[in-house]
Ligand binder design. Structure first.
Ligand SMILES: Cc1cc2nc3c(=O)[nH]c(=O)nc-3n(C[C@H](O)[C@H](O)[C@H](O)COP(=O)(O)OP(=O)(O)OC[C@H]3O[C@@H](n4cnc5c(N)ncnc54)[C@H](O)[C@@H]3O)c2cc1C
Length: 306
């Protein structure tokens, strides 16, 4: 279908202020990288999400969902078809010992809501800069906790546009992994089962974790957090540090001097530069220590056409 045809079909679903054409994705990614999306849509109702999914499925239009872009590198040529952001679906509700959060809500705000409701279990997530949907998708975790520990279920839109409830046990949650992509699901909301706790104790844990994060991580620069998964028996950051890679630069991308596991965008890096630096780190660590570093960050989109 031609671009004007797609635009007109999207206008049947959303009003024009929720459809941006040729939108730079670097405005929507934490790394500040990425070319343009043909269409960037921001629905604020579940039915609109369903209809966008149905349209793309029926008309064979590529559909990509992004959360807060904190675990994503979008290549410089951007993304064809429709990019869906659920940022407007961001309500968080506490009922009893459960928190129900829409998928575009920030996981940091969700952990704060749990604190306000005197609920314990989400403290570990208080500094993870993703959305609820992205955190469930990645089974995000930190400081000994992960989504798997607290997620009860989620509502998803399946690839046919139907809303379906999935129990957490059916999501195959493991270290930075779920089966959400394999199933072609889009997470709409998540229900977390927490426990009653003491406000001061929950707050003390969150303050401590925030202090640890701020003192160790280069939060002053755009990045995608830890670039690599933890290789069995090693720490990625230590291997990178011991390879003497800290401070290595390609263009505007640099292996952080503060935390070797991070690559920071210090000066308007392109995605090509950032990805080249990732590959350079992988190659160097493999040569020095024989360890293959597997990426945690996801790379999507097209290279710039020459
Ligand atoms: C400074 C910094 C610190 C970080 N610290 C941690 C940490 O301690 N622990 C940790 O685990 N991660 C950490 N991360 C990585 C990142 O924040 C997490 O992976 C987060 O869960 C990604 O969420 P997001 O909304 O940004 O997802 P995105 O990066 O936008 O997307 C990641 C993937 O999830 C998919 N996705 C997003 N939303 C949905 C949805 N609603 N339905 C279906 N699929 C969806 C996307 O399609 C994509 O494939 C850190 C990142 C940064 C920049």
């Amino acid at each position: 279908m031609m671009k004007t045809g797609i635009y007109n079909r999207l206008l049947d679903i959303l009003d024009e202020k929720h459809i941006a054409c040729d939108e730079y994705l670097r405005k929507h990614t934490y790394t500040k990288l990425g070319g343009k999306a043909d269409f960037f849509v921001t629905p604020d109702q579940y039915e609109q999400v369903q209809e966008v999914v149905r349209l793309c499925h029926d008309e064979n239009i590529p559909l990509t969902l992004i959360g807060n872009g904190s675990n994503l590198i979008v290549r410089d040529g951007g993304i064809r078809g429709v990019v869906l952001s659920l940022a407007n679906l961001n309500k968080i509700t506490a009922t009893g010992t459960k928190i129900i959060a829409q998928s575009g809500a920030s996981i940091i705000d969700t952990s704060r809501k749990a604190l306000e409701a005197h609920l314990t279990g989400l403290e570990f997530a208080c500094g993870i800069p993703g959305t609820v949907g992205g955190a469930v998708f990645m089974n995000a975790g930190a400081y000994g906790g992960e989504m798997k520990d607290v997620l009860e279920s989620c509502l998803v839109v399946d690839k046919h546009g139907e809303i379906v409830k999935r129990d957490a046990k059916d999501l195959d949650l493991s270290y930075r992994h779920s089966n959400i992509a394999e199933n072609g699901d889009f997470v709409l909301e998540a229900t977390f089962q927490l426990k009653e706790g003491n406000y001061e104790e929950i707050k003390a844990v969150m303050d401590d974790l925030t202090f640890k994060r701020e003192s160790k991580q280069p939060l002053e620069y755009p990045s995608c957090g830890s670039v690599f998964k933890r290789p069995p028996g090693y720490f990625a950051g230590k291997l990178i540090q011991d390879s003497g890679l800290q401070g290595t630069r390609i263009g505007g991308a640099e292996v952080s001097k503060k935390h070797a596991g991070f690559i920071v965008n210090i000066n308007n890096a392109t995605a090509t530069e950032y990805i080249s630096l990732i590959e350079h780190v992988q190659k160097t660590v493999k040569e020095k220590f024989g360890v293959s570093l597997e990426r945690e960050v996801r790379i999507i989109g097209e290279d710039l056409k020459k």
